[in-house]
Design a protein. Structure first.
Length: 319
């Protein structure tokens, strides 16, 4: 007899912990689709609110990985004086390799510079008739990451290198670095600013949907309260509904993000070919990150619903 009571109590406890929540989860899913248009619009707003900032962040992340490689092309050219011998020029290049802020240094003799100039411009025949090579020897320097990502630091490094007596003049193109950094900064600011506004829209949309659902069932809730039903029993289905909003909205956001990235892929490939001959493979949202986005969507949806229920519950109290 005691064993039967014990088993019965275990079954009841199991039902309270798992059975009833699963039943309410199932019933709330079908209940929310009694108003299909409102439910679909809520899910669509959630999907767009999450997909847009995530897509912008992915584009920013991809752009950063591309520009990291482009920054390596931020070369400093040091033109040596005509009186500098090849041995002294190569020795100077070796010495500059050990300087702070310098990743690599390569000595280019005047003859090598003339050959490269001929290949680049195609002016081969006129150069043959020159009595003297007009091009000076050059030391080509590639700054390290601490310098190449900052136009000001690149200029400061050039000023330091120009102090050497063997150097006639130097050149560095930093305008494109400023433009890339400005573009990346704008995209980052746009991502976080727009993301914050869309997340706020997400919260307000879910809260408003839950409020409307609650007000539609106001008379039913008042009767339940008069019969002694607890707030947990009455408002529980609305929390489960918000769970479905977050889950379905997060899954839809993942799908929308994939569609966005596929649409952007060809344009990004064409743009990347202008700077990198091997092209660029666009990085999509990893499955682990998508899972975190869905969990974030569920948590935010349930927080919004709980907040809305806290404010609206007073309006459904029996008089």
């Amino acid at each position: 007899m005691r064993m039967a009571r014990k088993n019965g109590g275990s079954v009841t406890l199991f039902y309270r912990l798992f059975g009833r929540p699963l039943e309410m989860l199932k019933s709330s899913f079908f209940l929310m689709w009694r108003t299909p248009i409102r439910t679909a619009l809520t899910i669509a707003v959630i999907a767009v609110s999450l997909a847009v900032p995530v897509t912008l962040y992915l584009l920013y992340s991809n752009a950063t990985s591309v520009t990291d490689g482009l920054h390596e092309d931020s070369r400093i050219s040091l033109y040596l004086k005509r009186t500098v011998t090849e041995d002294r020029g190569r020795g100077l290049a070796e010495m500059m390799k050990g300087r702070e802020g310098v990743k690599s240094a390569r000595y280019i003799s005047s003859d090598e510079a003339l050959v490269e100039f001929s290949k680049t411009t195609g002016f081969t025949e006129p150069i043959v008739y020159l009595a003297e090579n007009p091009l000076p020897a050059v030391i080509e320097i590639i700054p390290d990451e601490t310098v190449s990502h900052s136009a000001e630091k690149a200029k400061d490094l050039l000023k330091e290198l120009l102090k050497n007596q063997l150097v006639e003049q130097g050149k560095i193109d930093v305008d494109w670095i400023k433009k890339l950094n400005a573009l990346a900064s704008m995209l980052r600011t746009l991502t976080f600013g727009l993301g914050a506004m869309l997340v706020l829209g997400f919260i307000l949309t879910v809260a408003n949907s839950v409020r409307i659902d609650l007000m539609d069932r106001r008379d039913e809730i008042v009767v339940e309260k008069l019969l002694g039903a607890t707030d947990r029993f009455i408002f529980g289905p609305f929390m489960y509904t918000s769970f479905w909003y977050g889950l379905l909205g997060g899954l839809a956001a993942w799908w929308v993000n994939e569609v966005f990235m596929v649409c952007f892929d060809s344009s990004v490939q064409e743009l990347a070919k202008q700077y990198t001959p091997d092209g660029f493979d666009l990085t999509f949202l990893p499955v682990s990150a998508a899972g975190l986005m869905i969990l974030f969507s569920i948590a935010l949806s349930m927080i919004a619903a709980r907040t809305a229920l806290g404010y609206v519950s007073r309006s459904v109290e029996p008089e």
